[in-house]
Ligand binder design. Structure first.
Ligand code: UDP
Ligand code: MG
Length: 313
């Protein structure tokens, strides 16, 4: 029987934690009864530098409930880093780890299927959402656009898979070799390459509290995903540059011809417009280049991605 760890990043989740721990305790006990998990299995709650009573709750649960362990990060490092901290901690004690959100938006009933596939020999099992009805139209279309764009860029991400997944200990060991600071786990995990499978599930509404992924964070996350896994945008802007230079040569010829034919008019508007247009495009391109340089900057520094302040086993 495998030792299964449920790794759960929590940021200001005092409203949902009591219910989450209650439901997951029931789930884990049934897994232990049905022989899917052994008694050393745990849910590992990662407090991502919360400012509410999250850590207080976690440490109390870990005292009361032998199925609960907790780690406290020294700062808020964001969902991906918190998840990584949890996975890297779980790695040394588990046979497989399943990552899920604290708000139980991901249907926990499919955990059994995850574990069955692991027992059947898979190293990575991706949770894939059946439908996105619980999302707003905006989130649905932007998310779809994102997955399509990643595909165009040739990045291997699993469509409609977020961070609900199982990883074997071997896969976690492999994951620990990827020392990226700009973490985008959905892009890294497929690179590991061990045998993988999918489990389909429905995503529910968050049952309490509000999303910790406001639009701004979501956009920067998507941008991270793109720039960490593909340099194609750099090629795209140079192509854009080539096309524009070509067009301006045509424009130049046209202007010269009309000048010599005596048709030249005071083209002030056209000049100003083109200056603005080109200036804008140049800035845009510089911004893309700058984005990559920023990435290099933070990767080169290779600062630690998280720091664990406390571990309650
Ligand atoms: N989370 C985190 N650190 C952060 C933001 C979020 O650990 O800085 C956790 C959060 O507690 C939750 C998970 O990441 O368990 C997903 O966040 P949320 O449910 O708010 O995102 P959404 O489901 O709205 O995309
Ligand atoms: Mg959520």
């Amino acid at each position: 029987m495998p030792t299964v760890y449920l790794v759960i990043p929590c940021y200001n989740e005092e409203e949902v934690l009591p219910e989450t721990v209650k439901r997951l305790t029931v789930k884990m006990n049934s897994m232990i009864e049905t022989g899917r998990a052994d008694k050393k299995s745990r849910m590992l709650l990662v407090d991502d530098g919360s400012r509410d009573r999250t850590w207080e709750l976690i440490s109390r649960y870990s005292d009361e409930n032998e199925l609960v362990s907790g780690i406290k990060l020294a700062h808020n490092r964001g969902h991906q880093n918190a998840l990584l901290a949890g996975l890297m901690t779980a790695k040394d004690s588990c046979d497989c780890a399943i990552s899920l959100d604290a708000d139980l938006q991901d249907d926990i009933e499919v955990i059994d299927q995850f574990v069955d596939k692991f027992i059947g020999g898979c190293d990575v099992v991706y949770g894939v959402r059946n439908k996105r009805e619980t999302d707003t139209v905006f989130k649905r279309t932007t998310a779809q656009g994102f997955y399509k764009f990643m595909k165009v860029l040739g990045v291997d991400v699993v469509y409609n898979h977020a961070d609900y997944r199982l990883m074997s200990r071997r896969a976690l060991d492999a994951l620990s070799e990827y020392q990226e600071v700009n973490l985008f786990l959905r892009g890294i995990v497929p690179l590991i390459g061990y045998r993988s499978d999918y489990v389909y599930y429905d995503r529910n509404e968050r049952f309490a509290g509000e999303s910790k992924y406001p639009l701004k964070k979501m956009l920067s996350f998507a941008l991270d995903g793109i720039t960490s896994f593909s340099v194609k945008p750099l090629k795209m802007i140079s192509n854009l540059g080539i096309i524009l230079s070509f067009l301006s040569i045509i424009g130049l010829i046209y202007a010269l011809v009309s000048y010599f034919m005596g048709l030249a008019v005071a083209g002030w508007t056209a000049i100003v417009c083109s200056i603005w247009l080109l200036g804008g495009i140049q800035l845009l391109c510089l911004g893309v280049v700058g984005g990559y340089i920023g990435k290099i900057y933070s990767e080169v520094k290779a600062r630690p991605r998280f720091r664990i302040e406390e571990y309650k086993k």
